[in-house]
Design a binder for this molecule. Structure first.
Ligand SMILES: NC(=O)c1ccc[n+]([C@@H]2O[C@H](COP(=O)([O-])OP(=O)(O)OC[C@H]3O[C@@H](n4cnc5c(N)ncnc54)[C@H](O)[C@@H]3O)[C@@H](O)[C@H]2O)c1
Length: 370
């Protein structure tokens, strides 16, 4: 059983899909691991560390040759996989809706694409969930980056020369990233409020010491703990609440997503115009279309004296930590299904059918066929 890991090729990607820790663990299961030379450089992992853990370091063609499983953060193009075993598994994120052509190419090439972002959100798969592990650190980074951009202090400071007021931080969307954003802003000493469309988040906001701010009667819970899209009436109610609240905020962190759809628009230019000069908005959803009018990936946009910011790949900006968690997610996934006799993982139906995009030359995933 040969596991192969390539250097990530996508622009701006700094993460890597294995760490020396997971290399050792895969070897303990009986697999061999080959890693492309330099694959860990941007995540602060030297080739020597992989070698010490027992991996082979080689150029990409040699790494992929006869591989049974290829691991990636973002799935490699199929051209890079020439020489892998027919039917080899590729476990990575695929952006299956956004990059359907790549999924079709995997089917055509006869590989089994396993999309980590399709991991079901069930208790036993929590340790395999890359969306959660990466969102958690992204929520942290959004606050730290916004704090750095903000020209004032976060905590209230009482000095001999007078008092500096605490920053007011408003977090919109309280999933995994939003909860971490609240916790981080609290740790930095800000006064934090937060909103969502799932009512159960109000208690979670309170438990972190922040203030829930909800539009009266607004509820839009969808399937599997996710949000549903708002009706026009609900959107208007939410916009009214936001208009009343946002003018008093110094920092706004938006994290709202709806699975399989463009990110919902939460903040309009007219609302930004009511904010104080020098305020900062970090749009964590910028790569999915953005929650904030005017936000652009990897750019600082000035709008009415307010800076709007957001990264196209926030987890990549914390590559050593996000790689460590991503690599563990992949290990937890494959090891949970490891069949000792077969010497390889055998997926069960619930998780296998959820993550498998292609098999036997065809696209097989329900979410892509429906
Ligand atoms: N394995 C598991 O059991 C597991 C793992 C991870 C997350 N979860 C749960 O899944 C849920 C979704 O988490 P996520 O972080 O992936 O969410 P997400 O990234 O899909 O969305 C982020 C947040 O934005 C909110 N949102 C969507 N539209 C909005 C709008 N118009 N206005 C305001 N907020 C809006 C969502 O309700 C969500 O809280 C949470 O309940 C989380 O606890 C479960």
């Amino acid at each position: 059983m040969k596991i192969a890991v390539l250097k990530e090729r996508a622009g701006g990607e700094a993460r890597v899909a294995v760490t020396p820790e997971t290399v050792k663990k895969f070897i303990a299961l009986g697999a061999s691991v080959a890693v492309e030379a330099g694959a860990g450089n941007t995540a602060a992992i030297a080739d020597e560390a992989y070698v010490e853990a027992g991996a082979e370091i080689a150029p990409s063609e040699q790494v992929v040759r006869e591989a049974d499983i290829v691991l990636g953060v973002q799935a490699p193009e199929t051209a890079l996989l020439t020489g892998a075993r027919p039917g080899a598994w590729v476990a990575a994120t695929f952006d299956p809706f956004g990059q359907r052509d790549r999924v079709d190419a995997y089917a055509k090439a006869g590989f089994e694409a396993l999309a980590m972002e399709f991991m079901p959100r069930i208790t036993r798969a929590q340790s395999m969930d890359v969306l959660s592990s990466q969102a958690n650190l992204a929520g942290y980074k959004a606050v730290v980056a916004a704090a750095d951009q903000y020209g004032r202090a976060f905590p209230m400071m009482m000095t001999a020369a007078g008092t500096v007021q605490a920053a007011r931080v408003f977090v919109m969307g309280v999933g995994v990233a939003g909860l971490q954003a609240i916790a981080t802003a609290k740790r930095l000493g800000a006064q934090v409020s937060a909103t969502d469309v799932r009512p159960e988040t109000a208690e979670q906001i309170r438990s972190l010491g922040a203030k829930p701010v909800f539009a009266e009667g607004l509820e839009a819970s969808g399937e599997g703990g996710y949000a549903a899209e708002l009706t026009d009436e609900q959107k208007a109610a939410q916009a009214e609440m936001v208009s009343g609240h946002i003018a008093k905020q110094d920092i706004v962190i938006t994290t709202a997503l709806i699975p399989g759809r463009a990110a919902p628009r939460l903040v309009s230019e007219a609302q930004i115009a009511t904010m104080k000069r020098g305020s900062v908005i970090f749009d964590l959803a910028v790569a999915q279309g953005g929650n904030v009018e005017g936000s652009k990936p990897d750019e600082l946009v000035e709008s009415h004296g307010v800076t709007i910011m957001g990264f196209s790949n926030t987890p990549a900006s914390l590559a050593p930590d996000t790689s460590a968690l991503f690599a563990r997610n992949l290990y937890n996934f494959l090891s949970a299904f490891w069949d000792k006799e077969a010497g390889r993982p055998m997926l069960d139906e619930e998780i296998g059918n959820a993550v498998r995009l292609t098999q036997g030359g065809k696209v097989v995933n329900e979410r892509l066929l429906g």
